[in-house]
Design a protein around this ligand. Structure first.
Ligand SMILES: CC(C)(COP(=O)(O)OP(=O)(O)OC[C@H]1O[C@@H](n2cnc3c(N)ncnc32)[C@H](O)[C@@H]1OP(=O)(O)O)[C@@H](O)C(=O)NCCC(=O)NCCS
Length: 264
């Protein structure tokens, strides 16, 4: 378990989520939120545990929550001095996402860009370069051991320019445990393209490749991605890969009221 990246708080939370991998796997309602501890069913997981996590970590992730329950969750959190920032959920099943994504990855990669092999060493320069690229695009990266699949089944894509600078990334993993109805759902994200390289289709390509791998390598039945309401390029990118807004589901992060939004 290693390769932590970001502010002291971000690194502490990554370490805590990793150290709790066994607890997450064996506890109904828990899930691996990557950057923080997480739950996908607060009713089963229990508010005592959520309180413990908020008290210890100052943050807790909520994944694939029924949108009908968001107001109740928000008011529970507000009564604890916390804020609840949410993201829209875009989902597709295996056949739909794979068909759309295959059309994108079957085309050659834009000239002058190169696909790197999957990173496999959590503390390597390659992983640090990927994390720095994600951070420069406004994302909070995962730890090296999450990115290399040491904690949960995962796939990480990296594309470089001709000078070997990482210019694009994407990551997919399996966040949900055996008790969850979403146990075969892969999460896709950490999709970033260097500002100078945007608008050429790299985002769609890297996202499509990540989707192909979560089905072919991780055995997922569905893939979901989180998009903040104002992020139009991200929304169009995931829609081009076959995903559609699923308004009945919501993801979010609870943090203390005065904290900044956790990630883009
Ligand atoms: C989201 C992001 C990865 C897209 O990368 P990109 O290489 O520019 O995307 P693409 O060129 O593949 O275009 C993807 C779609 O967005 C559209 N798009 C691109 N830039 C856009 C803009 N500024 N406004 C509106 N739409 C835009 C494209 O037209 C395309 O849609 P289409 O297929 O319907 O035409 C990039 O903007 C980025 O790194 N943003 C910061 C990090 C982030 O927000 N990541 C997503 C959250 S995980």
């Amino acid at each position: 378990m290693a390769g932590y990246f970001g502010t002291d708080t971000q690194q502490r939370l990554q370490a805590q989520a990793e150290a709790s991998a066994e607890f997450i796997a064996s506890t109904p309602g828990a899930c691996q939120a990557g950057r923080t501890m997480g739950c996908d069913d607060p009713r089963i997981f229990g508010w005592d545990r959520i309180d413990e996590i908020l008290g210890r970590d100052g943050a807790c992730g909520f994944r694939l929550i029924d949108t009908d329950n968001v107001d109740d969750i928000r008011s529970e959190l507000e009564s604890r001095g916390c804020r609840f920032d949410t993201w829209d959920v875009f989902i597709a099943d295996h056949d739909t996402a794979l068909a759309a994504s295959k059309r994108l990855v079957d085309r050659p990669l834009v000239d002058g860009y190169f696909l790197l092999p999957t990173p496999n060493a959590a503390e390597s320069k390659q992983v640090k370069d990927l994390q720095a690229m994600m951070a420069s695009a406004g994302l909070v990266p995962f730890s090296g051991s999450m990115l290399t699949g040491e904690i949960a089944s995962a796939t990480t894509i990296a594309i470089t320019d001709a000078d070997a600078n990482v210019v694009s990334t994407a990551h997919g993993y399996m966040p949900h445990n055996a008790y969850s109805p979403y146990r075969q759902y892969a999460w896709g994200g950490l999709v970033a393209v260097a500002e100078s390289c945007r608008g050429q289709g790299l985002g769609k390509y890297v996202n499509a490749l990540m989707i192909e791998r979560v089905f072919q390598e991780l055995g997922a039945s569905h893939v979901y991605e989180l998009v903040s309401a104002s992020n139009l390029p991200s929304r169009r990118m995931v829609e081009a890969c076959g995903l559609r807004l699923e308004p009945t589901l919501t993801c979010g992060i609870a943090t203390h009221r005065e904290s900044a939004r956790f990630t883009k």
